[in-house]
Design a protein around this ligand. Structure first.
Ligand SMILES: [Zn+2]
Length: 399
């Protein structure tokens, strides 16, 4: 296989070195990789010709002699596409080779999505924008998908929160329809990857991302690596039992985190509280307000008593479930995202209060930082694009 050839290995390593080392130049890259300058110069010429890399004026390093020209990825030429299906619609991003977002787009709402309508929406929307897929778009697409995703065969194995119980072979369909190579991950895993890769200024290596929305899922990073698991379901926290007398879950157990802390559980709680008429001044009492999770999150951030109480009701089980995961994983940071986490600062601050006090009691000296996701609605599609970028050397080598 060509990807095992030394020529490819050098190509890939040199691209990565140019992206990652300090002050990359031909000489520095050769030094870091232990390659001859001739080899590096040869590959770099090829990279410049393919418009993957450009030369920059090197900084004068104070040493004698003319400083060599610097190198960097060409951020103006090639791009990668990522798409994620969340809250019943696709969102899209296009990024540069280093993962900077060039453009973003939100697709049409897919009412009561089935696997077929979800895929149809993706194919139509990508085809509509096909003009934007030019010769300099990496010939691939990264997908953030609901449910447990077989990331090797690019299949959805099961998506309980959407009640999809059969496999969905989305990778094969998309590769046939769009002639793009597919890379995939669970949508919350993709969002976690984006936070880990692009919103992690201190390069924390032990981190948990939790996506809260219609589904609940975590992405767990230990020592800088994403946990995948034997059958791709590592980080699936939604069926941790937090209330043995709680509502029956589709999985057959009672009181799973999903049943008591997802967006539907939040909406049900808000409706229940409204009926009790305890919070008379709450704007949720108004007849013409639609009680959906976005509204609850927004009102809680405006100190609406009923909305805050509804969110409090999911904070308790969430803290319990997340506390257990944090005890096992011992992360530095817990990042709260997904539709609920991204839209409610109140929810994040309550979780912070609960989790931080809980963890410091149990593990003296340890201090877990609880933060709101920074990339919000962009995160998942950006993480999906990063799956393409992970493979950019393979995609570019053949071009
Ligand atoms: Zn369950």
């Amino acid at each position: 296989m060509r990807f095992e050839d030394l020529e490819f290995v050098n190509f890939k390593n040199i691209i990565e070195a140019i992206q990652n080392i300090d002050s990359p130049s031909r000489a520095n890259v050769a030094k870091v990789l232990g390659l001859s300058k001739t080899t590096v110069s040869y590959v770099v010429s090829n990279l410049i010709e393919k418009e993957i890399v450009v030369e920059t004026e090197a900084e004068d390093n104070g040493k004698r002699g003319r400083p060599g020209l610097g190198l960097k990825l060409n951020e103006k030429r090639w791009s990668a596409i990522g798409a994620s299906f969340d809250s019943n619609r696709w969102s899209y991003v296009r990024t540069t080779l280093s993962g900077k977002v060039i453009s973003k787009e939100l697709g049409e709402l897919v009412e009561n999505p089935t696997p077929e309508t979800m895929i149809e929406s993706l194919v139509n929307e990508i085809k509509k924008h096909i003009n934007e897929i030019d010769d300099y778009t990496l010939p691939a697409i990264g997908l953030g998908l609901p449910g447990i995703v077989d990331t090797i065969q690019n299949k959805i194995i099961i998506a309980n929160d959407l009640k999809w119980h059969n496999q969905v072979n989305i990778g094969e369909i998309i590769e046939n329809e769009l002639k793009l190579k597919v890379f995939s991950a669970n949508r919350f895993t993709a969002a976690g990857l984006a936070e880990f890769r692009y919103a992690n200024p201190n390069n924390e290596k032990n981190l948990i991302y939790i996506g809260l929305g219609h589904g609940i899922r975590s992405a767990i990073f230990i020592d800088g690596r994403l946990l995948q698991g034997e059958t791709f379901s590592a980080g699936r926290v939604s069926h941790i039992v937090v209330d043995e007398n709680g509502p029956l879950c589709d999985c057959g157990k009672r009181g799973c985190l999903l049943t008591v802390a997802n967006s539907e559980a939040l909406e049900a709680k808000a409706n229940e509280l409204r009926k009790e008429k305890k919070y008379l001044s709450s704007r949720l009492n108004s007849e013409n307000i639609k009680i959906d999770s976005d509204t609850i999150c927004r009102l809680a951030d405006e100190y609406d008593s009923c909305a805050m109480a509804a969110l409090d009701s999911i904070v308790v089980p969430l803290s319990k479930g997340l506390g257990e995961i944090c005890d096992i994983v011992n992360p530095k940071k817990l990042i709260i995202g997904g539709q609920l986490g991204s839209s409610s600062q109140y929810l994040v601050s309550k979780l912070r209060e609960n989790m931080e006090s809980k963890m410091s009691l149990e593990l003296p000296g340890s201090h877990i930082q609880v933060e709101q996701a920074k990339l919000r609605e962009l995160g998942s599609a950006l993480g999906a694009a990063s799956l393409v970028l992970e493979n950019k050397a393979e995609l570019l080598f053949e071009m």
